[in-house]
Design a protein around this ligand. Structure first.
Ligand code: ZN
Ligand code: ZN
Ligand code: ZN
Length: 165
């Protein structure tokens, strides 16, 4: 059995390379699909990727405001909508916040492990879970079109810290 694709950010890693990789992937994806990654969309994506913790639209607005003096909310919302539509960003409904997708080139349902202590989010794209949900739903006559599993808990780093405290 294959180990499912998992993107678990570890505590100490070169995050700058996550950011540059995400931006390079976004440029590739947009080029391939004939989408326009405007300056604002690119900057919003970069802000979403500023960490592995979800960011709210308000925080993005604040940051853009600091940079350019003013950032119109509709501009930011439209940029976010574009990024979600393109699969570059996921919206976590339970937190009303946004997180960058590490694997936007493949269509997938995401399973999100959300740490309630440090707020780090790890994304799994486990095809087995996706299939199980789809099949189970189908047994109830339900056709699943979108799956976002938001799983609340404690990440490895926080569990280790708790145990040694
Ligand atoms: Zn990182
Ligand atoms: Zn994803
Ligand atoms: Zn944690």
């Amino acid at each position: 059995m294959n180990t499912p694709e998992a993107h678990i950010p570890c505590g100490t890693h070169d995050h700058q390379s996550c950011v540059s990789e995400a931006l390079a992937t976004a440029e590739e994806l947009c080029r391939d699909r004939g989408l326009r990654l405007t300056k604002t969309r690119r900057r919003v994506l970069e802000l979403v990727w500023s960490s592995h913790k979800p960011i709210g639209a308000y925080d993005i607005l604040q940051q853009l405001g600091k940079e350019s003096g003013s950032a119109a909310p509709p501009t930011v919302y439209r940029a976010l909508e574009f990024l979600i539509e393109a699969g570059l960003v996921h919206r976590l409904d339970s937190l009303n916040a946004f997180i960058g997708c590490p694997e936007p080139l493949q269509g997938h349902a995401g399973q999100f492990l959300i740490c309630r202590n440090c707020r780090t989010v790890a994304e799994l794209s486990d095809a087995g879970i996706e299939e199980l949900v789809r099949d189970t739903a189908r047994q109830h006559g339900f056709e699943a079109t979108r799956q976002m599993l938001e799983i609340d808990g404690l990440c490895k780093n926080c569990r280790t810290a708790q145990q040694s405290a």
